[in-house]
Design a protein around this ligand. Structure first.
Ligand code: 6GU
Length: 236
């Protein structure tokens, strides 16, 4: 997969892309991530990318010309043109199904907003898919773009070892609507807290059944809304 990120703060991505799973995926050629500074497409000598909103009101609005030029130039720089995603709090909320859908694209273009928002004509002209990462307001789309990249890249073939296949995650495969249950590693006892006997038993069937029960119990306690989805999925 190739992923182009359009932002006013490309430096925000360097730390994130240089670590762990992402770093290895990039080194192994499984994903290519290119950041582009929207300011490079500014038209005037002050390199302005935002302006005051018509009709008044607080804050600044991202200007249509630099954003549309930036997106169109980046789209034309490689084939295919890519699926355009705009990160805004007004978008559809990201979930595992959306991440799986995005992971099927060969190329994504992630457009990050700042300030109070985008000039509406950016939407009219580019018809992006709009995605939000949750019902709260961030200072910009950059952190949200990293969330999208993180959720998508781990689904690409070869990124995770077989050992930790993403198919076993919460919200995936057989666990589509279940939270991960309790996990333990050594020592067997710490400050009087013991690892459940069943996990030490070596009985794989019993362990699997225990984990399934734990998972269901935790989901019921913490996320009753997901249990409703489980019931709906069972009915299907
Ligand atoms: Cl994508 N952007 C901003 N600014 N805030 C958000 C968001 C995105 N998703 C949730 N909150």
């Amino acid at each position: 997969m190739r992923c182009d990120v359009l932002t006013l703060f490309p430096e925000m991505f360097t730390g994130y892309l240089g670590q762990s799973v992402l770093k290895r995926a990039i080194e192994r050629g499984l994903v290519r991530i290119e950041c582009h500074n929207i300011r490079d497409w500014a038209k005037d000598k002050h390199k302005s990318v935002d302006d005051r909103p018509y009709g008044g009101g607080p804050g600044m609005v991202l200007k249509v010309e630099p954003v549309v030029d930036c997106v169109e130039t980046v789209q034309q720089a490689a084939q295919p043109v890519g699926h355009l995603v705009m990160l805004t709090p007004q978008g559809q909320r990201l979930n595992q199904a959306a991440a799986e859908r995005l992971a099927r694209h060969q190329r994504l273009i992630l457009l990050c907003g700042r300030y109070e928002g985008f000039d509406e004509r950016i939407r009219d002209i580019l018809a992006p898919e709009e995605i939000s990462v949750g019902d709260y307001v961030l200072n910009g789309g950059e952190v949200a773009a990293m969330v999208v990249i993180d959720a998508v890249v781990r689904l690409l073939p070869g990124v995770l070892g077989d050992e930790q296949s993403s198919a076993r995650d919460s919200f995936s495969g057989i666990n589509r609507h279940l939270l991960e249950g309790a996990q333990y590693t050594r020592p067997r006892e710490y400050r009087g807290y013991r690892v459940p006997e069943v996990l030490l038993s070596g009985n794989h069937e019993e362990i699997a059944a225990w984990r399934q029960r734990e998972s269901i119990a935790r989901t019921r306690r913490r996320r009753a809304d997901l249990m409703d989805e489980n019931r709906a999925a069972e009915d299907d």
